[in-house]
Design a protein around this ligand. Structure first.
Ligand code: AMP
Length: 418
């Protein structure tokens, strides 16, 4: 059985086509920087060439068309026709309280997902676009929704209730849900496997640091707290999202901007804040790091940097990000009663030694240290132990694989209906 997994994020569309007999990836790829400029990477595993190209993709819909054409193309393809796709697993960001596990998509489920859009306005529309487009193009196969929130439904009530009037919790289901659940579930299970010699139920803080970012506190394989909340706006500062701020700022910003409507104020917090807001450079960490590393003395004459403030703001954005990640790790060491492992994953967590180092510098008070040399040599596609000898907790880099979790859940559901 071949399963296509579609994972649409706010500026990306990742896909993987699995042969589930062996869980082998037939092809995988990523459309990045959607809505900014557009870049496609497609890697077939059958010896055909890798495609890397800058292709304009103003929306997720265009990105999906490119994926489908590429998967079936003579030059880069791995299947002859769409008939060789037997089921599709869709990552869906928010399942509210309604979806506590993965489900086969029907009209009722679609309605339920649409209902969740008010809680994840940045993501659910992209997820729905992916589902609609796939249903239209490949209508005769089962489509399964796998929810980011499901893993966090184990968070105890004292950690998921908000201190606001109780009716909102009781009647309107407003509570902490958390996101990136498939990623936290996958990397924590990998860490448990990797640290199998450590006794007892492990206490792990997983740091999913990408364009969206969240931490989870995981005790004995179960999520007991996470930084994102009822919506993916809470918690860490992200590419464009503010993360946790004083809630009264919603009013203050609206007033400053001349009684801006609530929806537009939230747009500022969702799309113009985070490291983009502080730096003014970009939502992309690589762009910000390039600016922050700019040698002011040597290169200003070239004219690439208009203002020293651009460099200072880029540095400030990175410092604020690293500080907030470390601060939440500290909070989760309390939640877990100690910690056995810190796990870094996702775009920034897997690929940026300076960010990992900057975060861990804040943790030396807990006796947690990473090894500089190992940190600089974390390998792609492999678990890398970057712990310094004598550290009180392991520090691991674990590439996430949300797609495999989605493919496995899809397979389980499809097996049960056929
Ligand atoms: P994700 O949402 O997991 O795809 O992560 C996307 C983010 O990872 C973007 O902000 C990228 O700039 C960032 N990223 C990818 N590679 C690197 C790298 N080598 N160093 C720093 N950030 C990176």
């Amino acid at each position: 059985m071949n399963i296509l997994v579609i994972n649409t994020g706010s500026s990306s569309l990742k896909y993987q086509l699995f042969d589930m007999r062996s869980e082998k990836i037939l092809a995988k790829g990523n459309c990045e920087r959607i809505g900014i400029d557009g870049y496609v990477k497609h890697e077939p595993s059958n010896g055909k060439p890798i495609l890397k190209d800058e292709i304009s993709m103003p929306s997720h819909s265009e990105a999906l068309n490119i994926v489908i054409q590429t998967l079936t193309s003579e030059k880069y393809g791995v299947i002859n026709s769409l008939k060789e796709i037997h089921a599709i697993g869709h990552r869906v960001v928010h399942g509210g309280k309604k979806f506590s596990s993965s489900v086969l998509i029907d009209d009722e489920v679609m309605k339920g997902i649409v209902d969740c859009a008010k809680l994840a306005p940045l993501h659910i529309p992209a997820n729905l676009m992916g589902i609609y487009a796939c249903q239209k193009t490949i209508p005769d196969v089962p489509h399964v929704a796998v929810f980011d929130t499901a893993f966090h439904l184990s968070i105890p009530n004292y950690a998921h209730v908000y201190p606001i009037p109780y009716k909102y919790y009781e009647k309107y289901d407003i509570r902490r849900y958390g996101f990136h659940g498939t990623s936290h579930r996958y990397v924590s299970s990998k860490a448990i496997e990797f640290l199998k010699d450590k006794p007892g139920g492990l206490r792990i803080v997983t740091c999913h640091l990408g364009n969206g970012a969240s931490l989870a506190a995981i005790s004995d394989g179960k999520s007991v707290d996470t930084t994102m909340g009822a919506t993916p706006l809470e918690g860490l500062p992200m590419g464009t999202r503010s993360g946790t701020i004083d809630p009264a700022l919603v009013y203050v910003i609206s007033e400053i901007e001349g009684s801006l409507p609530l929806s537009e104020t939230l747009e500022i917090l969702n799309k113009k804040s985070g490291v983009l807001g502080i730096s003014g450079v970009s939502s992309d960490f690589r762009d910000i790091m390039n600016m922050a590393e700019f040698d002011l003395d040597e290169d200003r004459a070239v004219g690439e940097v208009e203002d020293i403030k651009d460099v200072e703001r880029a540095r400030l954005a990175l410092s604020a990000f690293k500080y907030q990640v470390a601060k939440f790790i500290g909070a989760y060491i309390v939640a877990l009663g100690g910690v056995d492992a810190i796990v870094f994953t996702a775009g920034v967590g897997e690929n940026s030694p300076p960010i990992r180092r900057g975060i861990c510098e804040w943790l030396c008070g807990f006796g947690i240290y990473l090894d500089e040399d190992k940190n600089g040599h974390a390998e792609n596609d492999k678990i890398t132990d970057i712990t310094k000898a004598g550290s009180s907790a392991s520090v691991l880099v674990i590439p996430t694989n949300e797609e495999l979790v989605i493919a496995r859940d899809t397979m389980e559901i499809v097996k049960n209906i056929s």
